[in-house]
Design a binder for this molecule. Structure first.
Ligand SMILES: Cc1ncc(COP(=O)(O)O)c(C=O)c1O
Length: 492
């Protein structure tokens, strides 16, 4: 085939693209694609290397190298004296789509998905825009993270990996021991290191718990308002949520027992209800544990930020109040240390350790060893505890700055929901205000405040604002509140 007949223009875009790859590799890929897509059919003769190199304005060696690679991988056959041909063994694509028919964008492609994946499509992916915005909840103070100490621990962990070649599905032993001791002391959790499973954040920990404890059509009690990050996980197993109202004493256990006693599980944030910040009263804690024991049901205790409790003594976890056989306790380091650390854990009742371990092996085979080793040493050296203490003081101060600024600027409009701790405050609006409308406006002005009404799933929503303070210094907090105040006071 003369190069004149050959569609060399097909290959020019490949060679002209900005790429770190050498030109022979780009030419190889161009031919490979043309063959696989059926633009060059089996038996088609390729031009000789010299004229092709002239047409494409590249060296002959580049063409020769690309042809050698194509031959080595079986795309072309070279017959001495006759030239190179597309291999007859390459199957012709069953349907050659014309350019017009080709799916142009991701949106037009409807890949065949499992039923579970289809169910998950209805949920939002999360608040990925929050980090750049002021007053967003769940943002910790990354500027205060002890980078130097952490980097030393990571370097040390890198060296240790040489002597710790295999990983355990449940997690690194040092870290598991540290977590068990830490929880025994600070949260009254009754466990040993064997019961600790390291997960990638508490999201995975909760997802795994639902996958292994619930069946389709089982009912789960959920707090209302509550953390909607769990809805996708509950839906993934086709279980049903039963929203249970919360008041200043937390989750209304008696309401749940009265209306849906046969639930398979309850997922609760007893230390600091999300998002309202209520603490579950002792009476209700004991009633919840009693219900779980009597009905062989499970309690999933999501203890996502109880390190940041500013008033009163530390609370004993449900797990430590006699719930060690019916409570699955989930905790996380993403709020305490850094969002990208993605490490959390489960404390599993003894009878569940084996089934959870087996399942985790097939789910991810265990979490990467390096951050676990670094975190284990970070805890063992006392650096973790001193960081928590420093952040507790800092966040307590920031909470006061936020609450004072709101009291000054929006007195009589916003009413703070009392809470003993956390990284955000909740403020109720008078019922004739729309929190969603306010949040649409604050979002446009660069604030990450969230609308409380979005967190309700059954009971009548209250209008309110969830305002984060932990990740922002005094100046940022005051600036953010000024913007919020001007938006709210200009509401018709
Ligand atoms: C109540 C609650 N539980 C669980 C999580 C998930 O935490 P993680 O980042 O460890 O997956 C969050 C995250 O914001 C949360 O607010």
């Amino acid at each position: 085939m003369a190069t004149n007949d050959f569609p060399s223009e097909l290959f020019l875009p490949f060679l002209n693209q900005e790429s770190e790859l050498p030109q022979y590799a780009l030419l190889f890929r161009a031919f490979q694609q043309a063959i696989l897509q059926g633009d060059l059919i089996p038996g088609a003769k390729l031009p000789a290397s010299r004229p092709l190199s002239v047409t494409l304005n590249i060296s002959r060696n580049t063409v020769k190298t690309a042809f050698e690679m194509l031959q080595a991988e079986g795309y072309i056959d070279t017959r001495h004296g006759s030239g190179s041909f597309v291999s007859a063994q390459i199957p012709v694509p069953s349907k050659r789509l014309s350019d017009k028919q080709k799916p142009a964008t991701k949106e037009t492609v409807q890949p065949p998905l499992s039923d579970m994946a289809k169910r998950l499509q209805q949920f939002q992916t999360g608040h990925s825009d929050a980090p750049g915005k002021l007053l967003a909840p769940a943002q910790c103070c990354v500027d205060s993270f002890p980078w130097e100490q952490w980097q030393k621990q990571v370097a040390k962990a890198g060296r240790q990996m040489k002597f710790a070649p295999s990983t355990s599905t449940m997690g690194d032993d040092l870290l598991r021991n540290q977590i068990a001791s830490y929880l025994q002391v600070t949260r009254g959790v009754s466990c040993d290191a064997e019961q600790v499973m390291i997960c990638s954040g508490s999201q995975q920990a909760l997802y795994l718990s639902f996958q292994l404890l619930l069946n389709a059509d089982d009912t789960v009690w959920v707090e209302d308002p509550g953390y909607h990050g769990i809805s996708g996980a509950i839906t993934s197993v086709r279980a049903n949520e039963f929203p249970v109202p919360t008041d200043q004493d937390g989750f209304e256990v008696n309401y749940a027992i009265k209306h849906k006693i046969d639930a398979r599980a309850a997922i609760v944030t007893p230390s600091h209800n999300y998002p309202m910040g209520y603490t579950l009263s002792l009476e209700r804690r004991l009633a919840l544990i009693e219900w779980a024991k009597q009905h062989s049901s499970w309690i999933i205790e999501d203890d996502y930020d109880s390190e940041f409790r500013y008033e009163g003594p530390p609370l004993t976890a449900l797990q430590g109040l006699g719930g060690e056989h019916c409570v699955i306790y989930a905790g996380t380091f993403t709020r305490i240390l850094h969002p990208s650390i993605r490490l959390g854990y489960l404390i599993i009742p003894p009878a569940l350790v084996e089934p959870f371990t087996k399942a985790k092996r097939y789910i991810d085979g265990g979490i990467s060893q390096l951050p676990q080793l670094a975190l284990g040493e970070f805890m063992a050296s006392g650096q973790f505890s001193s960081h928590v203490r420093r952040m507790r003081k800092l966040y307590q101060h920031r909470r006061k700055v936020l609450n004072d600024a709101i009291a000054d600027a929006l007195e009589g409009i916003l009413k703070r929901v009392p809470s003993d701790g956390g990284m955000h405050s909740v403020f109720l609006l008078p019922p004739d205000y729309s929190d969603k409308e306010i949040c649409t406006l604050t979002d446009r002005q660069g604030l990450g405040i969230r609308a409380l009404s979005n967190y309700y799933s059954g009971t009548k929503p209250q209008q309110g604002l969830i305002v984060g303070f932990a990740g922002y210094n005094d100046e940022q907090l005051k600036t953010g509140i000024k913007v919020l105040a001007s938006i709210i006071t200009n509401q018709p």
